[in-house]
Design a protein around this ligand. Structure first.
Ligand code: NAD
Length: 434
């Protein structure tokens, strides 16, 4: 099959490379010429484990190419995926759908013969109807079907998630489109990844419901962590104690500094707004958004408390900037809020992250960036662990202790054991007495 991806970011590039790896012929299109130039030079503009090899292999074997010109690839495509961004719209918290609608207009002008238009971007319920309306209005003679096929991959594990998904959700009631989608996903289907066909609107709701549920689970354990701190209980054991119950499950029960990233914050907010506008408010989601917003700043206050109530003039070492390990994505990363509060309180912040320092430099001012974890820690009055990169899990603690001016460690990801850290002479605090 011939596939065209509109948008070559985290989702478009990974999905495009994986579809090519299944044997389809894929063209990834992007309006950002610098991104396409880089890809054509063999450079991967994002950090995602395994993506460089997968892209190189499929380019070499002639199944994957990159361009800024959508006309040819769209005209020859069986399926065109819209995988452009849907960020939070400035001012009101709704999803900004302007990139999706623009892509729909651009695409419909160029399709030739029956083409399946697949919305892979995360879009509010009813967007598929609007995309279809725009396309029919722009070109009444065009032959197409608009399908919803939300993406559930996680950054940092994106290739494995795409190739071995828990399920594939496809929202369409068009028989011809169903046939194309089945053919596209046949390699996965044979591996028994369930293909769930639903109405288009249902498919759109599934994506937001999934993200809101996961965000709720994180927020739930984060509040439990606060309770554990107040009563002297251990949140990690609480998480294990409840997670072993199959009805609950142990995933997404790691207490920490609040969820960030390019999806949960914007998607919970957009779902909350959509539901309010439709007169069917989701009170749990509203609370999740509010609790998580406050949490990031509360984590900075935890650091200030660990430093004896003031960080003015103190040097604070921050390990980890990306919103989670194995990605360079800084969108809505907790580190951004935590560092801002520490700076407001007069701290001098030095930071290190294995992959996200370049994107972080554009977002953080007044921060010094260290070359590695130990030079970050050197001479600092306190160490704060914000992202649980593997490289931070087994630091040489003797070196950390001699490097720090005062042995204060605030571990916001619970990657060290408190009894061990205290035995080694650290003034150690974490999230929920883990
Ligand atoms: P991204 O910002 O990394 O990539 C989007 C790309 O689209 C950019 O490169 C941009 O230049 C390009 N673009 C914008 N308008 C275009 C147009 N008209 N034609 C061609 N290219 C255009 O975004 P992302 O993280 O890949 O997310 C894309 C969508 O997928 C969003 O709706 C997001 O919510 C959803 N999603 C993301 C993830 C994730 O982990 N990142 C997971 C699941 C779903």
């Amino acid at each position: 099959m011939r596939v065209t991806m509109i948008g070559s970011g985290y989702v478009g590039l990974v999905s495009g490379a994986c579809f090519a790896d299944f044997g389809h012929v894929v063209t990834c299109v992007d309006t950002d010429a610098s991104k396409i130039d880089a890809l054509n030079r063999g450079e991967i503009p994002i950090f995602e484990p395994g993506l460089d090899d997968l892209v190189a292999k499929n380019v070499r074997e002639g199944r994957l190419s990159f361009t800024t010109e959508l006309a040819g690839p769209v005209a020859s495509a069986d399926a065109v995926f819209i995988a452009v961004g849907t960020p939070t719209r400035r001012g009101d918290g709704h999803a900004d759908l302007s990139y999706v609608y623009q892509a729909a207009r651009d695409v419909v002008a160029k399709i030739d013969g029956f083409t399946v238009i697949v919305t892979k971007s995360t879009v509010p319920v009813g967007t598929g109807d609007e995309v279809e309306r725009i396309m029919r209005e722009t070109r009444p003679d065009a032959d197409f079907a608009v399908v919803s096929n939300p993406e559930f991959l996680r950054e940092g594990a994106a290739i494995g998630d795409f190739k071995r998904p828990d399920r594939i959700v496809i929202g369409t009631e068009d028989e011809r489109a169903r046939g194309v989608m089945e053919e596209l996903y046949r390699p996965l289907y044979l591996n028994a990844a369930p293909l769930l066909f639903t109405q288009r609107r249902t498919s759109e709701v599934i994506k937001y419901a999934a993200n809101a549920y996961l965000a709720m689970k994180i927020t739930f354990i984060n509040e439990m962590a606060d309770l554990c701190e107040a009563v002297g209980a251990n949140v990690q054991e609480v998480a294990r104690g409840i997670g072993l119950d199959n009805r609950i499950g142990g995933k997404f029960l790691h207490a920490g500094p609040g969820f960030g990233g390019s999806c949960f914050p914007k998607d919970t907010l957009a779902l909350m707004k959509t539901a309010q506008d439709l007169g069917s408010p989701l009170r749990i989601v509203e609370t999740v958004v509010a609790v998580n917003d406050q949490r990031k700043r509360a984590m900075a206050r935890k650091v200030i408390a660990a430093c004896g109530g003031s960080v003015r003039g103190k040097r604070i070492a921050v390990l980890g900037l990306a919103f989670k390990p194995n990605t360079d994505d800084m969108r809505e990363a907790p580190s951004l809020s935590i560092i801002a509060v520490l700076q407001d309180a007069g701290a001098d912040v030095v930071a290190y992250d294995p992959e996200s320092m370049e994107p972080a430099k554009a977002l953080l001012s007044g921060v010094s960036f260290a070359a590695d974890a130990y030079s970050c820690i050197e001479g600092a009055d306190a160490l704060v662990i914000v992202t649980e990169w593997d490289a931070f899990r087994a630091l040489d603690l003797d070196r950390v202790k001699t490097g720090l001016r005062t042995p204060i460690v605030v571990d916001l990801r619970n990657i060290y054991r408190s009894d061990d850290m205290r035995r080694r002479g650290f003034e150690y605090s974490n999230v929920g007495n883990a």
